[in-house]
Design a protein around this ligand. Structure first.
Ligand code: PBG
Length: 333
């Protein structure tokens, strides 16, 4: 081989990568703590263990422990939390979900007391409260959509009365956003925000959550209400319907395996868009990090950036508190 004439590059994108400060100046996407919402589990029954084996670092708090956690999160600059109540008793009609003294309602009051500036979101669903583990009412072995709406609406109203700033319906019943908006407005809660779990997929990534909340369906699965992961157009239709019904914020869930859905939603809709990076996403990272196979912080930062780049405004993530701790006192990296 003779002398090779290698052309010198005319464009040099590397020029802008020479220092942390330069990289910071040209960075297109950030995943700041300001965008994160921490999901929190709250238990009524103090005899169940706090630790969740499949979600290291996440706990099932008692109400007093929750107050302390809310204070810590607020001090770290995390702007919001979403609460999941774990009741002692479950029954076919999920009475604990819309009980004014229920665990979610007590948790909402506790957080509002401890950290009044935190945005408090309540998950509105029945599965943690039903003995059969489904997100709606069961009739003749099937999930009765319309019979579930009133219970979901009552749940949302009782969370709003307890002080929730945001109610987040996640049962995937048709018409649930309209039912909740009407019920909130009729009870004087016109300022209560609805975050619709609009494109919520029937996903295996919810496995660890169902262990944490003891909320797996006792028969069948959730595929008749949660949507088919294979369908993108159907996600757009679900989101459009929820916006028509009065959703203020829309959500895609899970996040990492659904970045294309987030991107499509971002391009199609102007409403603020949330992504829920769910329990299974968290557990995968934790398990690999515990084995020393990945760098936990780097994986989390990269993943959150990807979710934001795909189009999410806010991200619900179990890593929120860790990210806030990592970022404390730091400048650009
Ligand atoms: C309630 C609900 C679930 C999640 C959020 N709300 C469980 C489910 O649908 O089975 C999952 C969250 C997670 O996995 O982190 N329906």
């Amino acid at each position: 081989m003779g002398e090779l004439q290698i052309p010198r590059p005319r464009a040099r994108p590397r020029r802008l990568r020479q220092s942390a400060a330069l990289r910071s100046l040209v960075r297109e996407t950030t995943a700041d703590v300001a965008h994160l919402v921490q999901p929190l589990f709250v238990r009524e029954d103090t005899s169940i263990p706090a630790d969740i084996p499949s979600m290291p670092g996440i706990r099932r708090f008692t109400v007093p422990e929750l107050e302390k956690e809310a204070e810590e999160l607020a001090a770290l600059g995390v702007p919001g939390v979403i609460l999941f109540g774990l009741p002692t008793d479950k029954d076919p009609l999920a009475r604990g979900a819309y009980d004014d003294r229920g665990i979610a309602q007590e948790a909402i009051r506790a957080v509002k007391r401890a950290a009044p500036d935190l945005v408090v979101m309540g998950d509105v669903c029945l599965c943690e409260y039903t003995d059969h583990g489904h997100c709606g009412v069961v009739k003749d072995g099937r999930i009765d959509n319309d019979a579930s709406l009133e219970l979901l609406a009552r749940t949302a109203v009782s969370q709003a009365e307890a002080g929730a700033d945001v109610v987040a319906p996640s049962a995937m019943m048709d018409g649930q956003v309209a039912a909740i908006r009407a019920a909130l407005d009729q009870t004087g809660h016109d300022d209560t925000i609805i975050l619709a779990y609009a494109a919520k997929h029937a996903s295996a990534f919810y496995g660890p959550f169902r262990e944490a909340a003891d909320s797996a369906p006792r028969f069948g699965d959730r595929k008749t209400y949660q949507k088919d992961p294979a369908n993108l157009r159907e996600s757009m239709r679900e989101i459009a319907l929820d916006l028509e019904e009065g959703a203020d914020l829309i959500m895609v869930k899970p996040a990492l395996a659904y970045l294309d859905v987030l991107r499509a939603a971002r391009e199609r809709f102007d409403a603020p868009l949330a992504a829920y990076s769910v329990s299974g996403e968290y557990s995968l990272v934790k398990a690999a990090a515990e084995r020393g196979w990945v760098d936990e912080r780097a994986i989390v930062e990269e993943t959150l950036t990807a979710i934001r780049r795909a189009g999410a405004d806010l991200i619900l993530t179990y890593h929120a508190k860790d990210v806030a701790r990592w970022r404390q006192g730091e400048r650009h990296a």
